[in-house]
Design a protein around this ligand. Structure first.
Ligand SMILES: Cc1cc2nc3c(=O)[nH]c(=O)nc-3n(C[C@H](O)[C@H](O)[C@H](O)COP(=O)(O)OP(=O)(O)OC[C@H]3O[C@@H](n4cnc5c(N)ncnc54)[C@H](O)[C@@H]3O)c2cc1C
Length: 460
């Protein structure tokens, strides 16, 4: 039926993928994308400068999750897909960089020898981690924090020196808040099946190939043309893109803009940032998600002449919080993604801001750059940057705290009572780009089915 209209709110990857999938399901429907800022992409932002390609938000995504790769190929960008280079990863702890022990997965040891010989953990810490082989199950089908789960299984030292820096590098959160069920359900499942994490992780390691060892492959994919090419391409599927158009309220059948204008539609899909659900929908379960924790962070990307940066084999490091630095991690981007810097240059990306140290993100660019450089120089030799690009996410990083899944379930049930209103996005079912795309695809499928039913009802 001609004349059906769909509004998508938010032009991050979630909203953009929703636009694409809705258009695929209902090509005749008019899809209008409303975005409060002046640009497409949300957290995805690519800057090109002096031969550098700088990803200011996500740099790539987990290759093992297939939906995004399929989407990229369907859009004709498959020839731009690149796999990350592999390399040693380090942890900065006890004032020096130490290699992540071979065979550790998210900081959990699966091989004995590298663990016994690593300087990351004291002999007592190692013995305590070994108790994992003996102690009973910790997870009892009731959500607990990652700190409680890993702390009770593997002991505080392994958590502080290995697991915590790695996970907070990924989630930017505090392990004492973060939900086991929502962030790392696979570890709850391993414990359930094998009781011991160390033994269980051994079982899920891929079997070694017979014959010559295959070259290890990077676990991440990205686009050598820049991730913004993907977002621009997705946006081109919308019939209308309205930038600088903040929505202030949503109800069945319409979205109300901040200037009071109401835009009517058959379906309204929210794909906004995490704190917007409560204000836009104004029901208790939506506020339940909005009132959950969010964190603040900034990426500091700096270009250097290669000669002025210490040449370590590897792709970067995370920093143990007990070191008291402002930086939480550092990626040697040109090692991981060689196309991101000219041949004779290096691109270093570091991160500042944690739940406990959010104020630094509000400081001036100059102050952030100086503090980041001071810390980087404590870790290794680094010269004067050619330039820096600082990108802030203020109160905009969703945290899945304990019982997050229950809050999402309650929210989605309540949303079902608001006919024609839908939601997707990183605050619901996963923060990774592939998770956002999966979620967008499912919501678009539901929208497509509901529009079909509505169309049939009108015809009859
Ligand atoms: C520094 C950083 C590094 C990351 N690295 C990775 C990585 O390497 N791999 C990975 O998979 N993931 C990574 N992530 C996570 C991933 O980027 C995000 O989870 C994902 O991009 C979120 O997409 P989204 O569309 O759900 O939300 P957003 O990108 O936040 O988009 C929401 C959009 O809604 C708009 N909006 C908000 N309110 C309104 C309103 N009232 N009216 C209209 N529009 C509104 C916003 O302006 C925004 O454009 C990273 C995130 C950050 C910040």
């Amino acid at each position: 039926m001609d004349g059906q209209k769909v509004i998508v709110i938010g032009a991050g990857i979630s909203g953009l993928a929703t636009v694409y999938y809705v258009k695929k399901k209902r090509p005749q429907a008019r899809v209008v994308l409303l975005e409060s800022s002046g640009r497409i992409g949300g957290k995805i932002k690519t800057v090109r400068r002096d031969g550098f390609l700088i990803e200011c938000g996500p740099e790539g995504y987990m290759a093992r999750k297939p939906t995004l790769t399929k989407l990229i190929k369907d859009l004709g960008l498959g020839d731009q897909l690149v796999r990350s280079n592999t390399g040693t990863y380090y942890i900065y702890v006890n004032h020096r960089l130490r290699r992540m022990p071979e065979g550790s997965v998210m900081g959990i040891p699966t091989k004995l020898l590298p663990m016994v010989t690593t300087g990351l953990i004291s002999p007592i810490g190692k013995l305590r981690a070994g108790l994992d082989l003996l102690i009973p199950r910790v997870y009892q089908d009731r959500d607990i924090s990652l700190a409680e789960f890993f702390g009770r299984r593997l002991g505080p030292e392994l958590v502080t020196n290995m697991i915590e820096p790695l996970l907070s590098g990924i989630y930017n959160g505090n392990l004492s808040d973060m939900s086991l069920e929502a962030t790392l359900p696979q570890f709850a499942a391993i414990e359930k099946k094998h009781r011991s994490l160390i033994l269980g992780m051994k079982h899920i390691q891929p079997p070694k190939q017979a014959g010559a060892p295959k070259k290890a492959e990077g676990r991440f994919l990205s686009l050598s043309c820049g991730l913004d090419v993907l977002t621009e391409k997705l946006a081109s599927f919308a019939d209308d893109v309205m930038l600088n158009t903040p929505v202030s309220h949503v109800e069945p059948g319409k979205a109300v803009l901040s200037d009071g204008t109401a835009i009517e539609a058959d379906a309204v899909i929210l794909a906004t940032s995490p704190k917007q659900l409560g204000p836009l929908l104004d029901f208790p379960e939506a506020w339940g998600l909005t009132n959950d924790k969010r964190t603040t962070t900034a990426t500091v990307a700096m270009g250097f002449k290669k000669a002025s940066v210490e040449s370590l084999d590897g792709t970067g490091y995370v920093v143990s919080r007990k070191e008291g630095l402002n930086i939480t991690a550092c990626s040697w981007m040109d090692r991981k993604w060689p196309y991101t810097a000219p041949e004779d240059c290096a691109l270093v990306r570091t991160y500042v801001g944690t739940a406990e140290n959010a104020a630094i993100v509000e400081e001036s660019d100059e102050a952030i750059e100086e503090k980041a450089l001071t810390d980087l120089r404590k870790v290794g030799k680094i010269g004067t940057p050619l330039f820096s690009v600082i990108t802030r996410q203020i109160d905009n990083m969703p945290q899945y705290t304990v019982n997050h899944n229950q809050r999402v379930q309650a929210f989605e049930q309540a949303l079902e009572n608001r006919k024609g209103v839908y939601a997707c996005g990183a605050m619901l079912h996963g923060v990774g780009l592939p998770d956002c795309v999966d979620n967008a695809m499912h919501v678009a499928e539901q929208v497509g089915m509901d529009l079909k039913v509505k169309e049939k009802a009108v015809i009859e």
